[in-house]
Write a protein of this length. Structure first.
Length: 173
């Protein structure tokens, strides 16, 4: 329990594609702020919108359709929950941060193939497996095959480049 830890405040706190999954993003940011020194800095990297991140939004869409899962409600955590820079800035400001700066960064996922991207997503994104849990093993295999086929559109000249746009935020306590 972080509240029970008596530690010196930090100079900086960094969240790399984690803040988007906190059930209470405001509480998480407030906790980060509370553990910073005066003038301490927070940095966060999040996915921008789904349309700018098809390397991930396409698999999520396929799984949602196959598992009959509804889209997340506004304000719920998820990969694109902070994809609008105004939403991200508001979260930081509401948590008591100032000097908020947000930049869009083009960060394509570069791999050898769609299969390699599929394997990366299977190994790195546990939420995809959770979303597929209600399907049989055969249905899950079919979903992964459809995802690999759909990701094939990003293969060119023997390389895979999946479009990805990140938001990089920085702010001061």
């Amino acid at each position: 329990m972080l509240g029970a830890i008596s530690a010196d405040p930090f100079d900086a706190v960094i969240s790399r594609v984690g803040l988007i999954y906190f059930p209470d993003q405001n509480k998480a940011l407030g906790g980060m702020r509370d553990h910073l020194k005066p003038e301490g800095r927070v940095g966060a990297i999040v996915y921008s919108t789904a349309d700018k991140n098809p390397f991930f939004s396409i698999p999520v869409g396929i799984i949602r359709r196959r598992a009959a899962l509804p889209a997340p409600l506004p304000g719920q955590p998820g990969p694109f929950s902070l994809g609008d820079p105004t939403v991200l800035a508001k979260r930081l400001i509401d948590a008591g941060f100032r000097n908020v700066r947000i930049e869009r960064i083009d960060a394509p996922v570069r791999l050898h193939s769609a299969l390699e991207c599929l394997q990366f997503e299977q190994e790195s994104f546990g939420a995809l497996h959770q979303m597929l849990a209600s399907l049989s093993a055969r249905e899950q295999d079919d979903a992964w095959a459809e995802i690999e086929e759909a990701l094939g559109q990003f293969e060119r000249d023997g390389q895979f480049a999946g479009p990805c746009e990140m938001l990089v935020a920085a702010a001061t306590r």
